[in-house]
Design a protein around this ligand. Structure first.
Ligand code: ADP
Length: 625
């Protein structure tokens, strides 16, 4: 056999290993959860590959994870008959390429850099294989890929390097031996090990086996030369396949934790067995807290698809829409073919039906919570509201089911909490009001302080304050609620009473030379200058033409790196304001006043002005003139 080769760990992994080796984390026991979960994945993979290559699995072999200890040598071994790894796979998978779990964990560490508490993050993530170095000072992985004769031995003390050599192994699969550190020998204790298995891996739908006690004779004495036998220490049946009435809250919660690494119990657990033409079981969880990677759209995991208990793929995309990407769970179908691929999933009508029903269940449950437990719903909305709003745009078919969930900040709330529903708004509307008014802005402060709200405040009309980027798309897709159109307070004309119209006509005549001259002076920045009765306190504001996208949407699109169709705004003047009244179209300082008014109007809606230094200069000049 050839000489062992030495390799260096990839930098990111080296950093992770340092952290593991020096970890003071109190729940080091999770290393066992990680290893069992890897073994379970490997067994799933072997079953899956055997569907198209029967030679990879012989019917007699029981697929299982076995755990053994050597108390004299301080060695704990986790053994599986899963898919195993080839020489190259070992190099890639453990040591060279940071895997999903490792990457996520390192990203969270990076994000949490100033937060201090690194070690607690360990518990929240599947940190994977490398967590063994929290308890072991030397680890060896002996593995043989299904279909191969040659085995591979990987060894390391976790300090910078690992070695790989050719090896022999009688059976297919992977055997991971941990040489435990002196102060971690509790993991040789059968009782302790069983406890950990029960805590974390009970739901694994595979037998996990350990050696039982030495066999005793009728008188209770050990039988000479009789070897103890392996016993299954977990239930080994898929949790979702059991009947609801037999599953305790704790079991559901443990299962959920295994899927999500979320330490909090889920907000809702939805477990359904569907029978009839299409048979399947779904077990879905709605979390309370948003995960770290809620905004990572690459992450399409969360719903595991099984076919008759065989794990097929972790692919939320085809089973849950994007706006419900926080839902975790399992869907197990009786009818799909085992060799179902992603491409088939996309077009499979049964899958589409299963998905549609799952979505309906989640939305119905959220509606129920909104109705029965406003406080819990408010907590949920705070975590996931922005994501749910995407649903209005993404899933028009469910618009009527999503709309009742929407919550907004409003001029009536008195604070920035998004807690007003559209029904509540409509209920509060007066008989004369015929539209739902909203303003979109960069922040709650900018929305609330916007001059556009002045007249609405005076007339006692409620305005929704929309500050999430997605709101711009939301209002465009929603368009109306209960036959009341949604209208932006910054767009188009205001409806006026006859008396107001008369007053405006008079003011218009009076100020016509001012508006004309302003339009001329500001022609590069504005489309038009006109009078308004929108304002009571401010001299001027900017509005978008009815059909233009509006300043906020332009700002968001630019921030997203998209080309925003830049449209010029309309400058509206408050004819009652002292500054406007004293404007003199013939004075020398008219152009300065024009620029200051325009810049102020932009500033007051939270926008940036082109030349702040010039603005300050102009204001100072006018102050002393
Ligand atoms: P993750 O499980 O997040 O992918 P790990 O660090 O736990 O990250 O594992 C890295 C990879 O090593 C796995 O994705 C898998 O390909 C491989 N692996 C780990 N344990 C086993 C095992 N018992 N059998 C086969 N492959 C394994």
């Amino acid at each position: 056999m050839s000489k062992p080769q030495t390799h260096a760990f990839q930098t990111e992994i080296s950093q992770l290993l340092d952290l593991m080796i020096n970890s003071l984390y109190s729940q080091k026991e999770i290393f066992l959860r990680e290893l069992i979960s890897n073994s379970s994945d490997a067994i799933d993979k072997r079953r899956f590959e055997a569907l198209t290559n029967a030679a990879l699995l012989n019917d007699e072999e029981e697929l299982a994870v076995t755990i053994t200890t050597d108390k004299d040598a301080n060695i704990l071994t986790i053994n599986d008959n899963g898919i195993g790894m080839s020489h190259d796979e070992v190099i890639d998978n453990i040591g060279t390429i940071a895997r999903s779990g490792t990457k996520k964990f390192m990203q969270a560490l990076e994000a949490n850099k100033d937060g201090g508490d690194d070690v607690n993050l360990i518990g929240q993530f599947g940190v994977g294989f490398y967590s063994v170095f929290m308890v072991a000072d030397k680890v060896s992985v002996l593995t043989r890929r299904a279909g191969a004769d040659q085995a591979v031995l990987w060894e390391s003390d976790g300090k910078g390097e690992f070695t790989i050599s050719e090896a022999n192994k009688d059976s297919v699969g992977t055997s991971i031996s941990l040489h435990l550190r002196e102060d971690e020998t509790e993991y040789l204790d059968d009782f302790r090990l069983k406890h950990i298995i029960n805590k974390y891996s009970e739901h694994i739908s595979l037998p996990i086996k350990m050696l039982g006690a030495a066999p005793l004779d009728d008188e209770g004495n050990p039988i000479e030369d009789a070897e103890p036998e392996f016993e299954t220490v977990n239930t080994g049946t898929a949790l979702w396949a059991r009947s609801k009435s037999e599953i305790s809250d704790e079991e559901y919660q443990n299962f959920y934790q295994g899927l999500s690494y979320d330490m909090e119990p889920p907000l809702s657990t939805l477990h359904h067995k569907v029978e009839g033409n299409m048979e399947y079981t779904s077990l879905l969880f709605i979390p309370r807290k948003a995960p770290f990677d809620l905004w990572n759209r690459e992450n399409k995991k969360g719903i595991k698809l099984y076919v008759r208990r065989v794990f097929i793929m972790d692919d939320a995309e085809h089973l849950m829409p994007n706006y419900l990407r926080f839902v975790k769970g399992v869907i197990d179908s009786q009818d799909l073919p085992l060799n179902v691929s992603r491409e088939i999933l996309q077009s499979d009508r049964d899958i589409q039906k299963i998905k549609a029903r799952a979505v309906k269940r989640v939305l119905d449950e959220l509606k129920r919570i909104a109705k029965d437990d406003a406080e819990a719903f408010q907590g949920f909305w705070g975590e996931f509201g922005q994501v749910i709003k995407e649903g209005i745009v993404e899933d028009t078919g469910n618009k009527d089911n999503i709309t009742p969930l929407l919550r907004f900040a409003s001029t009536e709330n008195g604070n920035d909490e998004q807690s007003t529903s559209l029904d509540q708004y409509v209920e509060r509307m007066s008989d004369e009001q015929d539209a739902i008014y909203y303003i979109t802005a960069e922040s709650y402060q900018a929305a609330k302080g916007s001059p556009h709200l002045e007249m609405f405040a005076k007339k006692g009309i409620e305005v929704l304050l929309l500050t999430d980027p997605v709101d711009e798309w939301l209002v465009n897709s929603l368009m109306e609620h209960n036959e009341k159109p949604l209208k932006s307070v910054t767009k188009g004309d205001l409806e006026l009473s006859d008396e107001e119209k008369k007053e405006q006509e008079e003011a218009k005549a009076e100020l016509s030379d001012v508006t004309e001259k302003l339009t001329e002076v500001l022609s590069e920045s504005v489309k038009e200058v006109r009078l308004t009765n929108r304002l009571t306190e401010s001299p001027a504001c900017l509005v978008a033409d009815e059909t233009d996208p509006g300043a906020n949407l332009e700002r968001i699109m630019k921030a997203m790196g998209q080309d925003a169709p830049s449209s010029k705004p309309i400058l509206e003047l408050n004819p009652e304001h002292a500054i406007i009244k004293q404007l003199d179209a013939d004075s020398d300082s008219f152009a300065d006043w024009a620029q200051v008014l325009f810049d102020q109007a932009a500033l007051s809606e939270g926008a940036q002005i082109k030349d702040p230094a010039n603005y300050v200069k102009l204001v100072n000049k006018l102050l002393v003139s």
